[in-house]
Ligand binder design. Structure first.
Ligand code: FAD
Length: 265
């Protein structure tokens, strides 16, 4: 389907992008367009203006600090994360990006767009929660604040990034003992259920596809995961791909699998 007529702006700086977004309630940031353009074609979203972030080098790049912290610009693509020597400091990032959709989506889709879309079936929201990522949000005027990933996702398509704001970068602390497990629709397809885990003394697991936002569980060991999932009283949706009961079953299986993978590293 053809797009409805929409204004287009390509700012030369983050400050200019923020001004454009703040000046117009109907303006939306355009990152890789792999979600936004599709929902516009389906008429599920109809912004008046697209503010294209693709020219903004300030929002790209991956830096590795001496303490192992990674700082990733919001406009960094999955392919860039997969190819980056710095990102190998937390190998799970590139590994999970390599399982997202296909080469075209991975070349265009960005880490910032993936989390800002806050689609419950996306791969990166639970991963960001499990690894304890911190999201930097920049407001018009240049003010910044940092939000932990577990507080960033507020609902389906809803995050802590408010109108006129941008997610500018994501910080991920050092760590290697991570795991990710998913049941998808076909190879590299959309997730029916997924789980990301990190082991650092205790086990931290974030479940995806079982609620509007990732569900965080913390246990002392992988053996305690079935009980933690039961205690979470999940009520995942039923749809043509899986019943609520099946998703709940998968939550236990995949959380355990992800935690075992993390512990074995
Ligand atoms: C065929 C297909 C299959 C896919 N399968 C999967 C999959 O299995 N797993 C998966 O995780 N994803 C999947 N995706 C989605 C894909 O990963 C998207 O790239 C991603 O969801 C959005 O990233 P984007 O950079 O394209 O963002 P866009 O589509 O450009 O933007 C998405 C939303 O985020 C907002 N936004 C973007 N960047 C910022 C920012 N810096 N600050 C504030 N708001 C921002 C936009 O305004 C928009 O509302 C698939 C996409 C396609 C087309």
């Amino acid at each position: 389907m053809l797009l409805r007529e929409v204004e287009y702006a390509k700012p030369g700086s983050v400050a200019e992008a923020l001004e454009l977004l703040a000046a117009d309630d109907g303006a939306r940031a355009l990152a890789g367009g792999q979600t936004l353009i599709n929902v516009m074609k389906a008429r599920a979203a109809s912004p008046d203006k697209l503010v294209d972030l693709n020219g903004l080098e300030e929002l790209r790049g991956i830096e590795l600090a001496g303490d192992g912290t990674l700082t990733i610009g919001a406009m960094t693509t999955y392919s860039e994360l997969m190819a980056s020597a710095e990102a190998k400091a937390r190998p799970i990032l590139g590994e999970v990006c390599a399982t997202i959709a296909d080469v075209q989506v991975r070349n265009r889709g960005t880490i910032g767009g993936n989390v800002c879309a806050s689609d419950p079936t996306n791969h990166l929201p639970p991963l960001m929660v499990a690894v304890g990522a911190r999201m930097t949000i920049t407001t018009a005027g240049g003010g910044e604040h940092e939000v932990p990933a577990e507080d960033f996702f507020l609902g389906v398509y809803l995050t802590a990034v408010g109108p006129g704001e941008l997610l500018t970068r994501i910080s991920i602390p050092a760590g290697k003992k991570d795991g990710f497990a998913a049941v998808t629709l076909g190879a590299d397809g959309t997730c029916i259920c997924n789980a990301a885990a990190t082991v650092n003394g205790n086990v931290r697991v974030a479940l995806g596809c079982v609620d509007a936002v990732p569900v965080l569980l913390e246990t002392d060991s992988a053996d305690e995961i079935p009980e933690a999932v039961r205690a979470a009283n999940l009520e995942p949706p039923s749809d043509v791909h899986a019943s609520s009961d099946y998703r709940t079953h998968l939550a236990t299986v995949l959380a355990t699998r992800a935690a075992q993978e993390a512990a074995a590293r």
